[in-house]
Design a protein around this ligand. Structure first.
Ligand SMILES: Cc1cc2nc3c(=O)[nH]c(=O)nc-3n(C[C@H](O)[C@H](O)[C@H](O)COP(=O)(O)OP(=O)(O)OC[C@H]3O[C@@H](n4cnc5c(N)ncnc54)[C@H](O)[C@@H]3O)c2cc1C
Length: 429
């Protein structure tokens, strides 16, 4: 397995503890095996267990080890790509179906949080897409027009309103999406796991999938610690399929370009400052080519993120960029220090949309949320649960053939080095 530098991740410091799970020890037979303990796998497991289907989740490390325990926590509606572009890619019927499912995604997330009393700092006051300059303003105006045509409650804010609602300087406007909100993502993942276990799902941690063998119409999976025999397999390893290496069904991971993204979280800010920054506690990201994001947490920490990996070489550059950016955005912020910093891998696809595949009989995979996986992961997890039990006529997205991207390694390296260069050069402006 690729070595990873242990970094202080805020979400690990503030999430309620994980449910008690153990590695697999011995042989287990279930109807459905789920590989991967992030939002997708856990949502699938919860929805399957709720229907009385026997299901086991195998997670190579711990619940929320992948993107689900590292993200910004923006529970957004739809994909990152604009609604009309999504329809142009998929066609009208399929595009409309996906937009409707994902437009309702935040409602599914917040309903699950309420239903299962998941303690995850949930705030549903919308998210803000912050515009940089004239080009950024044009971009969010397009998005506003396209979503409004679909009846979505989005609102374009002029520069002064954007300043008041965010507390941040320098933006030419903002798009407020009232469907959306923020969560503490690891706490949400752990809450889903707890709910799934309560509904009857088995969850095995430190249990990597190593091999798979067809036995009649069943799959016999070999994992660290034992075997799981199941009729159906759901692969939910997303951008972490490579990191934990040896999955037998690997081709779908070769479609993903890995986009690294880091975050830095300050110490809790004094009330006087914390009440001016995002007083309604929306989460924000901007229209910049090298995107940045910012939000507050429940302890009044300000969290800033951007593209890049915090390896030993790059950390100093990204840290200095984060500090300068926060001082520029919030000139009144006063003294602060970073108490937490961490990074993660985002799975990007060539058409900016997730990929759903049948990799073998009764083996489905979904991956490539392009940085939008909280609501979509939850939605796809539920959809796959319905799919394997034969209850859903139409998945949110049609299955597609595998299209490995030969440039993925080069593109990934470009994101890593390009972001570092941008954050370094930025010092002079
Ligand atoms: C830094 C960052 C910021 C982001 N910000 C946002 C945001 O604000 N809003 C949003 O909606 N999305 C965001 N995303 C994207 C979102 O986090 C992901 O799309 C989402 O977490 C994907 O969930 P998942 O369950 O599909 O995969 P993951 O959460 O990545 O889970 C996959 C799991 O599979 C396990 N696994 C891999 N191989 C094996 C194996 N062989 N055997 C067993 N287990 C295995 C891994 O250990 C991992 O835990 C962000 C992502 C990152 C990294």
């Amino acid at each position: 397995m690729a070595a990873e530098r242990p970094l202080p991740n805020l979400w690990h410091a503030t999430a309620p503890s994980a449910p008690d799970t153990r590695p697999l020890a011995g042989d287990v037979t279930v109807d459905v095996a789920v590989i991967g303990g992030g939002f997708t796998g856990l949502s699938a497991a919860l929805h399957l267990a709720d229907k009385g289907v026997s299901v086991a989740v195998a997670e190579a490390r711990m619940i929320g080890f992948g993107g689900s325990g590292r993200n910004v926590g923006l529970v957004n509606a739809g994909m990152w790509t604009k609604p009309n572009d999504l329809v142009a890619t998929l066609g009208k019927e399929a595009g409309d179906r996906l937009l409707t499912e994902l437009g309702n995604g935040p409602s599914l997330v917040f309903d699950l949080i309420e239903k299962h009393a998941i303690n995850c700092e949930a705030v549903r006051n919308g998210t803000l897409h912050m515009a940089i300059g004239d080009e950024g303003l044009k971009d969010i105006k397009d998005r506003e027009a396209q979503w409004k045509k679909r009846g979505a409650p989005v609102e374009l804010l002029a520069a002064p309103q954007a300043r008041t609602i965010s507390g941040a300087e320098g933006f030419s406007g903002a798009l407020l999406d009232r469907r959306a909100g923020t969560i503490q993502p690891l706490a949400y993942a752990r809450g889903l796991a707890r709910a799934a276990i309560a509904a009857g799902a088995k969850i095995y941690t430190e249990t990597p999938l190593l091999a798979a063998e067809r036995k009649g119409d069943l799959w016999k999976l070999t994992l660290g610690g034992g075997t799981i025999t199941a009729r159906n397999v759901i692969l939910a390893t997303n951008a972490y399929g490579d990191l934990v290496a040896r999955t037998p069904w690997k081709a779908h991971t070769r479609e993903l370009t890995i986009l690294p993204y880091f975050q830095f979280a300050t110490n809790p800010l004094p009330d006087s400052v914390a009440q001016t920054i995002l007083p309604e506690r929306q989460g924000c990201w901007d229209t910049g080519l090298v995107m940045t994001s910012f939000r507050m947490d429940q302890q009044n920490r300000l969290i800033f993120g951007s593209i890049g990996r915090l390896d030993a070489m790059a950390e100093g550059t990204h840290r200095a960029f984060a500090k300068r950016s926060l001082k520029k955005l919030f000139p009144y912020v006063g003294d602060f220090r970073f108490e937490y910093w961490w990074d993660g891998q985002i799975g990007m696809t060539t058409n900016n949309l997730p990929k759903l595949h049948s990799l073998a009989p009764n083996v489905v995979s979904v991956s490539g949320y392009n940085g939008r996986g909280i609501a979509p992961g939850t939605v796809f997890g539920r959809a796959l649960a319905n799919h394997v039990t034969g209850e859903a006529a139409a998945l949110p997205l049609a299955e597609s053939s595998l299209t490995p991207d030969p440039w993925r390694g080069v593109k990934s390296a470009f994101y890593h080095v390009g972001a570092q260069a941008k954050h370094f050069i930025d010092r002079r402006f």
